[in-house]
Design a protein around this ligand. Structure first.
Ligand code: MN
Length: 472
């Protein structure tokens, strides 16, 4: 079905999508949302449904564990869906994301917001206010897994937006994994001054704001401005009740709090994107001081290791890697972080090779672009890098290990790769491009003339009465 043939419903047009509710309408109108039976359990049962339907259906759980606020999951577990949310074709998605990241639109403050219709203040019991699910077998407890964390630079006041796993560790207390990026930098600035760092966790935003939160941009670039650019409008924001943080006005739920200086408490384990557990360790601690939400709020959760989890990080990373490679290799046509490589560790690169040896330079360039990358495979322009079987075919027919393999030992990798030693491990690059000087017939892909024109649907409808065929 092309974009124009799709049925429309509710307020889902025009694209791009601008709120979670628009997106739920969009999914429902296309038969991609399953509203499940009420009272599905918050511990494991909800995640089991979401996981089994991941990639096929988004899920909504009314009265989860008897809680009045419903949970949704699997909102963006397909690349094509994300392209629809952006209002572009899948092949245009990386370029559209990079355009938004380099042309942010300042947000617009509003005085009153749906996100603040209902207000809860101290004393707070988060588990009573919100339906907090536990997903994987050995997770340390209930988690807020799909909240965008917004903090401000204590020196410049500029905001940062990112997603962190937040474990409920007390009635109004969360253990938060803060990896060394921008939130970490602001946290350390506040801590050095002996101050708490105000923070807001926003749950239930549109897919484009979720995607923008994963943009790889310099410090002091407010990712909400990228969300605005993706949506094609200044994002409406509202000031938090207890801090100067501005949060998306149309969000479902806002959890306001502050990171405590010089406090670390155990957090984890947690089922992570490589489909292995992130470890339990002493982590940053956030104390919650207020919760606001819509009158009929919806809670969003991402099941760790699922397609939704992987895809949200992959698209911004692909876009950034493509831009990075284009600086030196304008003949790189496309990149893809493959699902089998947990959309972080394996990069497929499509190259229109112009110089012999260039495949290896592209491999080295890609590794310089992201320390998460572990294996890079470079293929020619006739290979579909979104089809892992095609990439494997290129490796099978165009690669020789003694000539085309690059190994870099003892380099920085992901700390969430359980096979390396605390983030130090090997890189491997596979140059599966054919030699430029090869005779044309050597690597030419076989083809039956006319195969594309066959009416396969008609052929599949035909029966198997071969005896009747003998007589005709
Ligand atoms: Mn940032």
């Amino acid at each position: 079905m092309t974009k124009h043939e799709m049925p429309t419903h509710g307020t889902n047009a025009p694209q791009p999508v601008r709120s979670l509710r628009d997106w739920l309408d969009h999914l429902a109108a296309r038969g991609r949302l399953s509203v499940l039976k009420p009272n599905i359990g918050l511990k494991f049962e909800l995640a089991a449904y979401a996981k089994r339907l991941d990639g096929q259906r988004a899920t909504m759980f009314p009265k989860p564990g008897g809680h009045p606020i419903p949970v949704v999951s699997g909102l963006v577990s397909d690349r094509g869906w994300m392209a629809e949310a952006m209002g572009v074709e899948p092949s245009e998605m990386l370029a559209a994301f990079q355009k938004a990241a380099s042309n942010p639109i300042a947000w617009q403050e509003v005085k009153s917001a749906p996100a603040q219709e209902v207000v809860h203040q101290a004393p707070l019991d988060l588990a009573k206010i919100l339906p907090l699910p536990t997903h994987n077998e050995h997770d340390g407890g209930p988690y807020i897994a799909a909240g965008i964390m917004i903090v401000r630079n204590p020196r410049t006041g500029k905001q940062n937006v990112s997603i962190h796993r937040c474990q409920l560790t007390g009635p109004n207390r969360l253990g938060v994994l803060v990896l060394p990026r921008h939130t970490f930098a602001f946290h350390r600035m506040a801590e050095q001054a002996g101050e708490p760092l105000d923070a807001a966790i926003v749950v239930g935003v549109d897919p484009l704001t979720l995607l923008a939160s994963q943009a790889i941009v310099p410090i002091d670039h407010d990712e909400l401005e990228i969300a605005g650019a993706l949506q094609g409008r200044p994002l409406p924001v509202v000031k938090c009740l207890t801090s100067d943080i501005r949060v998306p006005a149309e969000a479902e739920i806002v959890i306001e709090g502050r990171f405590l200086p010089n406090v670390r408490e155990p957090e984890g384990p947690f089922g992570e994107f490589p489909q292995t557990y992130g470890t339990r360790s002493n982590r940053e601690v956030m104390e919650i001081v207020a919760v606001t939400h819509r009158k009929d709020a919806i809670f969003h959760t991402v099941v760790g290791g699922g397609l939704e989890h992987q895809l949200l990080g992959a698209i911004p990373k692909e876009a950034t890697l493509l831009t990075h490679l284009h600086r030196n290799f304008p003949n790189v046509l496309d990149v893809h972080l493959s699902p089998g490589g947990v959309m972080r560790f394996h990069l497929y690169v499509k190259l229109k090779k112009t110089q012999e040896g260039q495949g290896k330079n592209v491999i080295l360039g890609a590794f310089a672009g992201s320390f998460d990358l572990k294996h890079v495979i470079v293929v020619d322009e006739d290979v579909d890098i979104h089809n892992p079987a095609e990439v494997e075919w290129a490796v099978a027919t165009r690669f020789q290990a003694d000539r085309d393999l690059v190994i870099v030992p003892e380099s920085q990798g992901s700390k969430l790769d359980p096979s390396n030693r605390d983030g130090v491990g090997a890189k491997m690059g596979i140059d599966a491009t054919k030699p430029l000087a090869a005779p044309e017939m050597t690597f030419k892909r076989i083809r039956v003339p006319g195969e594309e024109a066959i009416d396969v649907a008609e052929a599949l409808k035909r029966g198997g009465d071969w005896r009747a065929a003998l007589k005709s």
